[in-house]
Write a protein that binds this ligand. Structure first.
Ligand code: 1GP
Length: 251
């Protein structure tokens, strides 16, 4: 795929990286961070070929701390920081880019477009690069589903195909399939395969990815990148993360 020059720096970089390997996108939730320990975490993630760091979380509202977390990352690393906002309080002037997301299956217009309208002035003011993103919550029971008033998609190929087509027609350049942070039921490879068939931008998958087997099935189905959050904080998580990140190099 030729990368149009309307893309910003971070998006161009992600697409270029994708030509070499599947994207490794660790998610740092500021709510759980200790700024001193964060330094070691970021160094470890860099060592494991993280392509960019997503920063955000479903319940995060402390903008000052979010600023501090990103500043800390920036003080020790060149790795791009991409905001993964849950609301307008998920915007920080210190980030490089933001997933400018429409929660496509929210029942509440606030999460479909109003928060985005309110946030756009800050994004403009601070020159944060917006990456147009469709965000779809699959499976019920997660924090994001509750907070975002989502009507979660069941495991249904036809529905995800239609949503993926809609994402394409809206002109989103990234589509994020969300299984819910910490879920024991990651998105099925069937759903990823169907989405891949109809969406032609970067297809990112997250939620409950904790082992090589799950990662392999998602990558085989066509995921361009994996978002991994909870695993980073779990016992033995570093080893498993390292295994998954090695795997990403072969897709
Ligand atoms: C959550 O998809 C992300 O929004 C990551 O999920 O924390 O389960 O890895 P996990």
């Amino acid at each position: 795929m030729n990368i149009p020059n309307k893309y910003g720096t971070v998006e161009t970089y992600l697409n270029q990286r994708r030509k070499e390997k599947a994207l490794c996108l660790p998610l740092i939730d500021p709510v759980n961070q200790n700024l001193d320990l964060l330094v070691d975490t970021v160094r470890e993630l860099e060592k494991n070929n993280a392509d960019a760091l997503l920063v955000g979380g479903s319940t995060m509202v402390d903008v000052t701390f979010l600023d501090d977390v990103i500043l800390k990352i920036k003080s020790i690393s060149q790795i791009p920081v991409i905001l993964f906002p849950n609301n307008i309080t998920g915007i920080s002037k210190n980030a490089d880019a933001i997933l400018y997301m429409m929660l496509m299956n929210s029942e509440n217009t606030y999460y479909v477009v109003e928060a985005q309208v309110l946030g756009s002035g800050l994004i403009y003011k601070y020159h944060i690069e917006p990456i147009p993103t469709g965000y779809i919550v699959i499976n019920a029971g997660s924090a994001v589903s509750h907070i975002g008033h989502a009507r979660p998609l069941p495991n249904n190929r036809e529905l995800i195909s239609l949503y993926s087509l809609a994402a394409k027609y809206f002109g989103f350049r990234l589509l994020y399939l969300e299984g819910g942070s910490g879920t024991v039921l990651p998105i099925s490879s069937d759903m990823v395969e169907a989405a891949k068939k109809y969406f032609n931008g970067l297809l990112i998958v997250g939620g409950g990815i904790r082992d090589k087997r799950t990662a392999t099935s998602l990558l085989k189905a066509g995921a361009d990148g994996l978002v991994i959050g909870n695993l980073l904080e779990e016992k033995n998580g570093a080893n498993k993360f390292s295994e998954i990140s090695s795997l990403l190099k072969s897709y």
